[in-house]
Design a protein around this ligand. Structure first.
Ligand code: FNR
Length: 381
């Protein structure tokens, strides 16, 4: 469909690559919005390493294998019991109101339309129930576990009731990373009360406030401070996954795992998935590139859990590489967020369709009829 549109000579409304979307966003979005999306921790060398790591693996396409025609190729997978049309979910990204007013609703709707998954952030600008109502069947909820356990439980129960199909506990953010770009712009979204919607709509959180936040500017400031003080939580341990297990029957994945021992431990504690990720380089600068951590983590968990990867996915070949190295699916991050900033829901749709088309073509040209057939042999083994 994208190619046929090109036949008429029509120029696409937005760039066709992740790099093109980022370039256009740099000159189009406000410096605060662009800095929030693009920024990573400290020197940003882990963010750069995430992308560079894919360049150290090369696909070795196979020829004349009589594989399926384009319309018969099967990109579908099942992860954490969720059936997806392609091995892609949108990564959880908080505070999308900074990027575009359509925010999380646009992402949930488009992912559902394309049959892929979406992961809704705790720090969303829209309450869980509203996003769940438009996100179809295949959405998961990401948990930043606040220091008040009853608030954490309430968020998980709300997500479960709203129809989430899995809970993704983000383990790499017991506190915010050191983010120079936000600091230089004087732009600290959390301290400014952005991304607080799920807390303001939460009855347990509200019970912690002396005055309803709607009463006055001061009451809202108090609510923001209460929220910020809850956000940091260094006390969570691997064994807490078992407590999460008591709050919901949904499958649990733990995001931010890069050490095989941590992967084994969270699976022992009841997780049925791990997301190999360094948060796009936004937390520990100098950390290992996510792709370099994937093989050892996948080997450590074996068949006991599903393995997802994010941090550095920018094109179809990156997804093929990640799957060849042991991932069952990937989370896609920054490129669609630029799309959202550039054109709202249409921009998200564009960024995701371009990725899926690239994956489809790459898979077929590499000699595979389906994602299920992919293994390390595509890397020349
Ligand atoms: C994130 N990420 C993130 N992760 C999470 O668990 N909860 C969140 O609220 C957010 N928020 C967020 C905001 C922004 C602007 C970015 C760029 C990222 C991390 C995200 O889920 C994912 O791990 C990274 O985006 C992957 O890196 P790349 O591929 O986008 O560079």
């Amino acid at each position: 469909e994208i190619y046929f549109a090109g036949l008429s000579g029509a120029v696409p409304p937005l760039p066709m690559t992740a790099a093109g979307l980022e370039d256009l966003a740099r000159t189009t979005l406000s410096p605060e919005a662009f800095g929030y999306i693009a920024g990573s921790a400290s020197t940003e060398r882990t963010a750069a390493a995430n992308v560079a790591a894919f360049g150290r693996h090369a696909l070795v396409p196979r020829m004349l294998r009589g594989t399926a025609a384009a319309d018969a190729r099967d990109l579908s997978v099942e992860v954490l019991g969720t059936r997806l049309a392609a091995p892609v979910l949108t990564a959880p990204v908080g505070v999308l109101e900074l990027v575009h007013p359509e925010a999380e609703l646009a992402v949930g709707e488009v992912a559902a339309e394309l049959g892929i998954g979406s992961v809704l952030s705790t720090a969303a600008s829209t309450p869980i129930e509203r996003v769940g109502a438009v996100s179809g069947e295949n959405w998961w909820f990401q948990l930043y576990w606040p220091s008040d356990d009853e608030v954490a439980e309430s968020l998980v129960c709300r997500a479960t009731a709203a129809g989430a199909k899995a809970i993704v506990l983000t383990a790499d953010t017991p506190g915010m990373g050191w983010r120079p770009r936000d600091l230089e712009l004087g732009h600290l979204p959390f301290l400014q009360g952005k991304g607080i919607a799920n807390y303001l709509s939460d009855p347990v959180f509200r019970s912690r406030l002396a005055v309803a936040p709607e009463e006055s500017v001061e009451a809202m400031q108090m609510a923001v401070l209460t929220w910020v003080s809850m956000f940091g939580n260094h006390s969570i341990r691997t064994s807490d996954v078992a407590r999460l297990r008591e709050w919901t029957d949904l499958p649990i994945a733990v995001k931010g795992i890069v050490h095989p021992d941590d992967a084994r431990a969270v699976v022992d504690a009841g997780a049925s998935g791990v997301v190999v990720s360094n948060h796009g380089g936004r937390q520990v600068d100098g950390a290992i590139a996510a792709l370099d951590a994937l093989g050892p983590v996948a080997a450590a968990v074996g068949e006991r859990a599903d393995v997802l990867l994010d941090s550095g996915i920018r094109c179809g070949a990156d997804i093929v590489t990640a799957l060849a190295l042991g991932a069952d699916a990937v989370l896609y991050g920054r490129p669609w967020v630029y799309g959202l900033g550039l054109a709202g829901k249409d921009g998200v749709r564009h960024a995701l369709r371009v990725l899926l088309a690239d994956l489809d073509v790459t898979l077929g040209l590499a000699g595979f009829a389906s994602v299920a057939e992919l293994d390390a042999s595509v890397l020349g083994g």
